[in-house]
Design a protein around this ligand. Structure first.
Ligand SMILES: [Zn+2]
Length: 287
């Protein structure tokens, strides 16, 4: 269990209707950057992912962790020998302070434009948690969105393509980023899955945002049809990314451990059960 349900996710899954702050104690702990697979590098902190997609024409950086995490991401990019000024596009999984909090700093320091799903634009630009605008502990430094994305839009750079899959609920514009990656002469479908935990969201009236329950259910239905060979996520413990890195280091000749086709469906099933259970409990309590 520990592999998929680390402290951050456990707290998030079990959060009650109060705007719980499932603050992970390792969110702002630096960790060594590492190669994931193909052109993908992990440049996040110990508890919050950030991914660098390297192309011949510059790089795409997905997620910014917290404001305190941004300099750690920058240091990790430099440590790998890449230049901050070669980051040409900034992306976000979702507009929550633990993944968007560092974007303003990263935008300033890279000069790269930020592309984001339209449902999350107001929260990114306003620097708030949508539906909890008065809970300032969940604020993030406001950051301007330069290109508004819709479901299915693609981001292309240097012959590399990422597809934006809208998987709403956890946030209104929650975006899972898909691409095809290669390893050992084979092609694999990779997805950086946004999230579908209930976390701090109110899923009974007054809803966090209008239509949130239908959004979660649409996301579960959609993700069940997706084939994912390489599951990645903004919280590394969703798919045990740091453990997989340790495994890859210990046995570099083995099959890349980040290829794990059964993991995505298993996580979605657990998240759906957790969501429906929480909804039932809160509805019964009139919360
Ligand atoms: Zn979140």
């Amino acid at each position: 269990m520990k592999g998929w349900m680390g402290a951050g996710l456990a707290a998030a899954v079990m959060a009650t209707s109060a705007p719980a702050l499932a603050q992970g104690n390792n969110w702002n702990t630096p960790t060594e950057p590492f190669h994931v697979i193909d052109n993908v590098w992990y440049v996040g902190t110990e508890g919050l992912s950030a991914f660098l997609f390297v192309t011949p024409e510059g790089h795409i950086l997905l997620d910014g962790a917290t404001p305190q995490g941004a300099p750690m991401i920058e240091a990790n990019i430099a440590k790998l020998g890449f230049k901050l000024s070669d980051v040409k596009v900034l992306l976000n999984s979702h507009a929550h302070f633990d993944h968007s909090g560092g974007l303003a700093q990263l935008k300033k320091d890279t000069g790269a434009p930020l592309y984001a799903m339209e449902g999350d634009v107001s929260a990114l630009e306003g620097g708030f948690y949508l539906g909890s605008e008065s809970v300032h502990a969940m604020d993030a430094p406001p950051v301007k969105v330069d290109r508004k994305l819709k479901n299915g839009d693609t981001v292309k750079l240097g012959g590399f393509t990422l597809t934006a899959h809208l998987t709403p609920g956890h946030s209104r514009g929650c975006t899972s980023w898909g691409t095809t990656l290669h390893d050992g002469g084979k092609a694999y479908e990779a997805l950086v899955f946004c999230s579908a935990t209930v976390a701090a969201n109110r899923i009974t009236a007054p809803e966090q945002y209008e239509g949130i329950v239908g959004d979660y259910r649409a996301t579960f239905a959609k993700t069940k049809t997706m084939k994912v060979d390489i599951p990645l996520a903004p919280h590394p413990e969703f798919f045990g990314l740091l453990e997989k890195n340790a495994k890859a280091k210990a046995d570099p000749k083995a099959v890349n451990p980040f290829i794990e086709p059964a993991a995505f469906g298993a996580l979605i099933a657990k998240l759906e059960t957790a969501f429906e259970t929480t909804l039932k409990e809160r509805s019964a309590k009139g919360q």
